[in-house]
Design a protein around this ligand. Sequence first.
Ligand code: GLN
Length: 283
Amino acid sequence: MPTTKALLTKGAERLEAAGISEAALNCAWLLAHLLKTDRLSMLADGGALVPAGIVADFEKLLSRKAEGEPLAYILGSQPFCGLSLKVDHRVLVPRPETEELVGLAVDFILKSRRGGAPAILDFGAGSGAIALALARRFPAAAVTAAEKSRGALACAEENARALDLAGRMKFLKISSVSDCGGPFDLIVSNPPYIPTGVIAGLDKEVLSEPRLALDGGADGLVVAREIIAAAPTALKKGGALLLELGDTQGPLALKLLDEKVWKERQVIKDLNGKQRFVKAIKK
Ligand code: GLN
């Protein structure tokens, strides 16, 4: 039987040879997952012997990773805002930037002191990440998760049930903000924003995520434009629109926000210093 240390070293070499970044880290996640332990305990006991069955399973997971499958799909879950979300090929893997978007949404709800029960719409909910994090944070909130993809919406509902949040959320299979009801205190969205022409050149890992979650049309702003056009009628006076976009798109999105309708229009940087979020308040 090999030791964990020997397996990890061999596995990392294999992933490196396949051009996978953070090879050692990926290996550690995969082996800890199979050993049903956490990475630190596993690494602290590098001399432990690994049974043959687990060695064989590890080889299989390494092959999937070497093919460029996202780690979160292989593990079947992704941490997000303190929640563990089930993710698979139906949904985009929630990103750390989107946790920052949730942070902006929380700030708005807290600072705007809009009474006890804010109505929140997460448009393009995917795995439900944003909607679920906000429903968990604000137990009185009425949270609607809207999604075009039937598969993604099913995944969001599965997550809500697993987190015991389904009873106080609404799930809509819908492709337009104007069909989502309202009026809302907050519309938040991480829409697909990658320009169609750029998609083919993306990493294999990103390409294994749903195209619908990535493709933002010719300039990447097609869905954002639809949201911005429909938001004024779906929002209450003083309600906020919060979007996550590509790092060059903020100024373009600001131009789409009519000064007569919106105040406090701004682009906000993410923790990497990239222009990432657009915020506007309905007058
Ligand atoms: N709202 C989900 C997320 O941020 C899905 C986004 C998407 O599919 N574009 O992870």
